[in-house]
Unconditional design. Structure first.
Length: 168
């Protein structure tokens, strides 16, 4: 926690130093930094809550890692046993029913989990702050992209470092 606070204090001191350049530089840097910082923190926290909710409800599936998917896209070398019984002994109707159950269909519940994660207040409010801050800077003729865009990048970097400490 001390590391997080020191990172935030140092970053705010750097941003405050832009006040000595000019007031518009300071305002652009502060609004952009806070927007990006809150977006990263809010998204990380919302994702963490969504994952915990899915684990608690038992609604998750185990996925193969990326390397395994690339090496064996059709699961030909999977460890599941193969039924080597002769064709006459197989009940094809039951096999087809089992395979149909394995196919994941789009349900209202799966849409609810997806929508809940993307419409979370922890994600919407920071984006609203970003848009309204940008509009306010533009309307007051303070917007200067030479300060705004690097501050967004700075906010993303600091936000990702802090989110690893705080949210994880």
């Amino acid at each position: 926690m001390k590391k997080t606070i020191s990172i935030l204090v140092i970053s705010e001191l750097i941003i405050f130093a832009t006040y000595f350049i000019s007031y518009p530089a300071f305002v652009n840097t502060q609004v952009a930094f806070l927007s990006a910082f809150f977006i990263i923190i809010g998204s990380s926290y919302a994702y963490k809550r969504m994952v915990h909710a899915q684990i608690k409800s038992g609604n998750f599936e185990e996925k193969r890692d990326l390397l395994d998917t690339i090496e064996d896209p059709h699961e030909l070398y999977d460890d599941t046993p193969i039924n080597d019984a002769p064709y006459e002994e197989l009940d094809l109707k039951s096999i087809v029913k089992e395979e149909k159950k394995k196919i994941k269909t789009f349900t209202v519940e799966s849409a609810k989990y997806g929508a809940r994660g993307s419409v979370s207040a922890f994600r919407v409010v920071p984006y609203l702050f970003l848009v309204l801050g940008f509009i306010a800077l533009k309307n007051n003729e303070l917007l200067n992209l030479w300060y705004y865009l690097p501050a967004l990048t700075f906010g993303i970097v600091i936000g990702s470092v802090v989110s690893k400490e705080v949210v994880a």
